[in-house]
Design a protein around this ligand. Sequence first.
Ligand code: NAP
Length: 180
Amino acid sequence: MNVQLIVACDQRGVIGTREGGLPWDLPVDKAHFRRQSAGRWMLFGRATFEEMHGWFTNQRALVLSGATNYQPAAPGIHVRSISDALAVAREANAPGLLVAGGARVFAATLPLADQLIVTHVDVDWQSEHQDSPLARGDLPRFPKIDPRRWRLLRRVDHPADDDHPWPLAICWYQRGSHGL
Ligand SMILES: NC(=O)c1ccc[n+]([C@@H]2O[C@H](COP(=O)([O-])OP(=O)(O)OC[C@H]3O[C@@H](n4cnc5c(N)ncnc54)[C@H](OP(=O)(O)O)[C@@H]3O)[C@@H](O)[C@H]2O)c1
């Protein structure tokens, strides 16, 4: 089973705010996420899945929750562990699984991943928003990408513009030992 992770993170790996939700609204990244996820089998943590209510079109969502009787609000299949998620996807002959976070799910699936699709947002978001309550304390993060384990395959840059306060680089990484 091919496992890909898709994430947008800042220079320090931040992916979300203190109260949930994304730290930013970046149309280029949203369009990229829609393209990459179209028709895919996807894995979400419960919090991320609930935030994305109303967003799904033709994706097949597996939703991680440790609760025994969790009922996903949007169409989705409840799974209680990462290994359950992989088993359900395999049984359905899914060609691969796209993992869409959040932080705990990324940390648990990074060791299993074959590819990473990372939108690097060129900002230290917490420092730039230090007056905001949304930026206080420990924020959800994507783990550090070790260049000894991940080989950069492709990079697409997007400069800052009226809709994007910071430059973005969308990068595809493959597990491998060659370094960047
Ligand atoms: N920038 C990005 O690309 C991106 C992507 C995704 C999310 N985010 C942001 O990340 C934040 C949410 O992340 P989060 O880490 O707080 O929440 P999350 O991972 O979305 O959801 C956490 C919940 O998922 C369940 N869960 C997670 N791992 C599990 C496991 N291994 N086994 C069983 N259940 C598991 C648990 O549900 P129960 O409590 O029901 O047991 C846990 O409380 C939000 O701010 C969101 O906007 C950003």
